[in-house]
Design a binder for this molecule. Structure first.
Ligand code: SF4
Length: 454
C-alpha cells in the first residue's frame, strides 16, 4: 500500500456519541498505509464513544496513540523519533497514557518495552480491546464497541467529509520475500459482506461521495467466507446501494485480478476506471525471487483486459529497484516493461531489507548509489510517459470531485485519480465539477470549470 504522511484527519462525527464530553482529549498520530489510517479511525471512534474529543496538540492530550509502520526503514525511524520526542512530555505528564500500535508492535513487545520504557501500552493492530487497559471506561461498552464503524472520514478543508476508507479484508496470505506485512498482520480475514455494505450505507447517509475499500490484498476478498462471493459481488452490492459517486479499491494483487472484477469495474457506474496493480519488477527471475507468484505476462494481460473493457482507464503500479542480485539487464527489463505498459503513475521505492523477512537473509548487494541511479532512471522515464499521457487530456472534460483549495485554486481528483486544479469563485468543496483541461504537466492537469456543480 502507498505510504502516507503522518497526520490527524479524524472527523469528529465519525462515531456515534454515547457519552457526553468528559473534558479529556486524545491525540492520534498515524504513519503508513491507508489500513493504519482506518485502524486509527476505529480507535478514535472508541474514544469518542466514551466522551473523549480529538486535539491536534500533543501537549493538550490526555492520551496519545501512535500508529506505526515498518514497511520501510524510514517509517520505522520516524516512529522511534516520535517516541523519543514524547519522552519529555511523558515526564511532565506521567499519568497520561502513551500507546503504541501498528505493525511495529507485532511480535516485538518485549524488545520495545526495553527500548521505550515510557510507553504504557503496546497492542497489535486491530487488537482494539487492549485499549481498555489504559481507558477502563471502554470495558463498560465492550459489546457496543464491536459495532463501532471501521471507516474513516478524512477531514477536508472546511467541513466537508466526502471521502472515506473502509477496510474489507485484513492480513495477507502471500509471502513476498521482502515484505514484513504477513508477519505483522497475519492471515487474510475478510469482513462479512453485510457489515461492509451497512457501513457504506451509513457513509452515504453522512454525505460521503467517494469510498475506497481497503485490504493488503483487497481483491482476495471473500475467499475465506462461507458464502460464494468475492470482490466483484461486493462491488456490485455497494454500487447497488445507489447514492455513491465513486467506489475504488486498494491494493490489488495481480494474481487475484480476475475478469469478473475487471468486468465489475467496467459495468458498475460508481466503480472508478482506475486500476492500481503493483508489478514490483519487470524481470521474471527477480519476480520469482521476490516470490510474487506471477510473471510479467500475467500483469500485462490484466492491463490489456482492463484497457479492452475500459479504454479510458488509468493504471498505477509500484516498483522496487535494487532488489538483492538485480543485475543491470534485469533492471533494464523493468524499464522496458514500464515503457510497454504506459502507466499513468508509478510509485518507485529503493529496496531496503526488513529484519525477519526472507530477503533480509540475502546480501543487500546493490550499492545505495546504484539504487538511487535506478530510482532516478524509473522516475525520468516515467516523467516522459506521464507528460505524453497527460497531454492526451488537453481539450477533454474530466469530472473532478473537489477536495481542497490552496493558493486560490480548487483541487480534486478525476475518476482516474488524476490531480486536477482550476480557479473558480464559487464554493465548490465537496462538489462534482466538470473541468475542461487546458494545461497539462507530468504530475497534474489544469482547466476551467464548465456547467453547474452537482
Ligand atoms: S502481497 Fe506481498 S507485498 Fe503485498 S502485503 Fe502480501 S506479502 Fe506484502
Amino acid at each position: 500500500m502507498a505510504m502516507t504522511e503522518p497526520r490527524l484527519t479524524l472527523h469528529p462525527a465519525t462515531a456515534p456519541r454515547r457519552l457526553p464530553p468528559n473534558g479529556k482529549h486524545f491525540f492520534i498520530w498515524t504513519i503508513g498505509c491507508q489500513m493504519n489510517e482506518a485502524d486509527s479511525a476505529k480507535v478514535a471512534a472508541m474514544l469518542l464513544e466514551v466522551g473523549y474529543r480529538p486535539t491536534e496538540q500533543e501537549d493538550d492530550a490526555d492520551i496519545i496513540v501512535l500508529n506505526s509502520c515498518v514497511v520501510r526503514q524510514a517509517a520505522e525511524d520516524k516512529v522511534s523519533g516520535k517516541l523519543n520526542y514524547l519522552a519529555r512530555l511523558k515526564r511532565e505528564k506521567p499519568e497520561m497514557p502513551l500507546v503504541l500500535t501498528g505493525c511495529m508492535v507485532t511480535n516485538q513487545q518485549e524488545k520495545l518495552r526495553e527500548r521505550f520504557p515510557h510507553v504504557d501500552l503496546f497492542f497489535d493492530p486491530s487488537d482494539f480491546d487492549r485499549l481498555q487497559e489504559v481507558v477502563p471506561e471502554l470495558a463498560d461498552l465492550e459489546d457496543d464497541l464491536i459495532q463501532l464503524p471501521h471507516y474513516y472520514l478524512p477531514e477536508a478543508a472546511g467541513d466537508a467529509s466526502i471521502a472515506a476508507y473502509v477496510p474489507i479484508i485484513y492480513g495477507c496470505n502471500f509471502l513476498c520475500s521482502y515484505c514484513i506485512v504477513p508477519y505483522r498482520r497475519g492471515k487474510e480475514t475478510s469482513r462479512p459482506m453485510n457489515d461492509i455494505v451497512r457501513e457504506v450505507a451509513e457513509l452515504i447517509d453522512k454525505g460521503v461521495r467517494d469510498v475506497t475499500l481497503l485490504g493488503q490484498t483487497v481483491n482476495a476478498y471473500g475467499h475465506d467466507l462461507p458464502e460464494d462471493a468475492g470482490l466483484a459481488e461486493l462491488l456490485s452490492a455497494v454500487d447497488g446501494l445507489g447514492g455513491l459517486d465513486r467506489l475504488r479499491f486498494l491494493t490489488s494483487h495481480p494474481k487475484y485480478m480476475s475478469d469478473q472484477i475487471i468486468d465489475a469495474m467496467a459495468d458498475l457506474p460508481s466503480v472508478c476506471e482506475h486500476m492500481n496493480l503493483p508489478v514490483q519488477a519487470g524481470d521474471n527471475e527477480v519476480l520469482r525471487r521476490m516470490r510474487r507468484t506471477y510473471t510479467t505476462d500475467l500483469w500485462l494481460d490484466r492491463l490489456a483486459y482492463t484497457r479492452k473493457r475500459m479504454p479510458t482507464a488509468t493504471v498505477a503500479t509500484d516498483i522496487i529497484v535494487g532488489f538483492p542480485g538485480e543485475t543491470d539487464a534485469q533492471f533494464q527489463n523493468t524499464l522496458d516493461l514500464l515503457k510497454e505498459a504506459q502507466c499513468d503513475k508509478v510509485h518507485v521505492a529503493m529496496y531496503s531489507p526488513r529484519p525477519g523477512t526472507l530477503s533480509a537473509r540475502w546480501e543487500d548487494d546493490i550499492p545505495h548509489e546504484e539504487k538511487q541511479r535506478r530510482h532516478q532512471a524509473v522516475e525520468k522515464q516515467q516523467e516522459a510517459i506521464c507528460t505524453a499521457r497527460n497531454a492526451n487530456h488537453l481539450g477533454s472534460t474530466l469530472e473532478v470531485l473537489v477536495d481542497s483549495k490552496a493558493k486560490g485554486r480548487w483541487g480534486g481528483r478525476s475518476r482516474g485519480n488524476q490531480l486536477v486544479h482550476f480557479e473558480d469563485d464559487r464554493d465548490l468543496l465537496g462538489q462534482l465539477v466538470d473541468v475542461k483541461i487546458t494545461k497539462s504537466s507530468p504530475w497534474y492537469l489544469m482547466g476551467e470549470a464548465i456547467g453547474a456543480p452537482r
